[in-house]
Design a protein around this ligand. Structure first.
Ligand code: CA
Length: 165
């Protein structure tokens, strides 16, 4: 039952008012519509911009250039308690490119703390990586970074950050 409810939330996550509760905490997608940046833009000058990660659309995507450790970062605009981060892979192709990621949260870009790590690669299109952060994870920035391999593109369809003030 909980899983069905969560799926319903995910499909409606474009609406920043969507909430769910863990215990007494009511959580919102605090990433929706916020500022996002990525380590590089594609060298071919196309337009898969970092903001595509937080626009509520699951059929578009972000795209870096080829790098060792590409990242995408979301500036939540203020500090939030972050409970969970969900990263959705591309649906159209290349889902295996999303692999071995660290998800970090912090108040300061020079002092980011590990929320969780996903080992391996996505096995199907549009797959969701869900990471629950340690208790009392708090921060303004959320970063997803590939930490294995030498030649990586980072593409994500959407990032949902479940948090609260
Ligand atoms: Ca998107």
């Amino acid at each position: 039952m909980i899983n069905c409810y969560r799926l319903f939330i995910i499909f409606l996550a474009f609406n920043s008012e969507i909430k769910y509760s863990i215990g007494h905490n009511v959580l919102q997608n605090v990433a929706y519509g916020k500022s996002a940046s990525q380590s590089t833009d594609p060298s071919w000058g196309s337009t898969p911009l970092a903001g595509n990660a937080v626009n509520g659309v699951f059929t578009d995507f972000t795209h870096t250039d080829l790098e060792k450790n590409p990242w995408i970062r979301i500036n939540l605009g203020r500090n939030y308690t972050v409970h969970e981060v969900e990263v959705f892979g591309r649906k159209d192709c290349c889902f295996q490119r999303l692999h071995d990621v660290d998800i970090r949260v912090g108040n300061d870009l020079h002092d980011m703390h590990l929320c969780g790590h996903f080992t391996g690669s996505c096995s199907r299109s549009g797959e969701r990586i869900a990471v629950f952060c340690p208790f009392n994870t708090f921060g303004r920035y959320v970063q997803i970074q590939i930490v294995e391999g030498w030649n990586n593109y980072l593409s994500v369809a959407e990032v949902i950050v479940w948090g609260r003030l």
